[in-house]
Write a protein that binds this ligand. Structure first.
Ligand code: FPP
Length: 249
């Protein structure tokens, strides 16, 4: 008998996620926005588990953007508290599951206490060899590119590099995810179809998958639906479909 498997043929190496819809989920239930963010932690857990189980190597979650500082002070401070609480509660479980945790973004904008907890979590999990989990906090794609440009400019100023040696590789490797392959798949929940200043450089060739599901409702089945849609795509990187098919033979 032929065995039938639900496993998609091509598992993306790197999945990036814009977790949107927490506020609307809370409002629909007559709750404060913060309740939506708290409920969203469960979906973070499910997504991390699903990514590890399906063999995704890198998962990058957009938890707090450069622009989210503009939210009401009360919401910002409750989100910061939630990050501290999530670190306290989740790091040992992530460590047990061989997950390596890393934060990207302007971490100097965070409180000293949160920065210390982030550094400790990164240190605890640094030797793990399973899923690489990147959490973007105080992160913006334009900030990332400007920061990388400054790093490269310093190298030119110091004579290590000439201006004509500045190329895509030099800039890409100075980005926050300079050591990580670009995302193959971007998932955005919450119904909006935009990038919102997430990994602007890195998402150049990503497949985009949008769902109306609000983040607190997002589960492993939704993650699998995104993987299945990804698996059906032909990635051409500027080539023709015929060229890609010939190369696959
Ligand atoms: C966007 O929904 C969500 C955020 C700005 C915060 C995401 C944070 C979490 C899911 C908390 C846990 C995260 C980690 C990594 C532990 P929104 O508030 O913009 O929703 P809306 O569009 O419905 O208003």
């Amino acid at each position: 008998m032929t065995s039938v498997t639900a496993e998609p043929a091509n598992i993306p190496t790197h999945v990036a996620v814009i977790m949107d819809g927490n506020g609307r989920w809370a409002r629909a239930r007559g709750k404060a926005r913060h309740a939506g963010h708290r409920a969203g932690v469960k979906s973070v857990r499910a997504t991390v588990e699903a990514a590890a189980e399906r063999g995704v190597a890198h998962l990058t979650l957009f938890a707090f953007s450069s622009e989210n500082w503009r939210r009401p002070e009360e919401e910002v401070s409750s989100l910061m508290k939630l990050f501290v609480e999530a670190l306290r509660r989740e790091v040992s479980e992530l460590h047990r599951n061989n997950v390596r945790l890393r934060f990207i973004g302007a971490r100097e904008q965070l409180s000293d206490s949160l920065q210390r907890k982030i550094a400790a979590a990164e240190e605890t999990t640094a030797g793990n060899t399973g899923l690489m989990l990147n959490v973007a906090v105080a992160y913006g794609g334009r900030w990332d590119i400007v920061h990388a440009a400054r790093v490269v400019a310093q190298r030119v100023a110091s004579g290590e590099l000439t201006a004509s040696e500045v190329n895509e590789n030099e800039i890409a490797s100075a980005l926050q995810l300079g050591d990580t392959p670009d995302p193959d798949l971007l998932i955005r929940t919450g119904g909006e179809q935009r990038i919102s200043n997430f990994l602007l450089w890195n998402l150049a060739y990503a497949e985009l998958w949008f769902t109306d599901v609000l983040w607190p409702e997002f589960d492993k089945q939704d993650f699998d639906a995104a993987l299945a849609a990804f698996s059906a795509k032909q990635r051409r990187y500027g080539h023709t479909g015929e060229q890609v098919e010939a190369a696959e033979c």
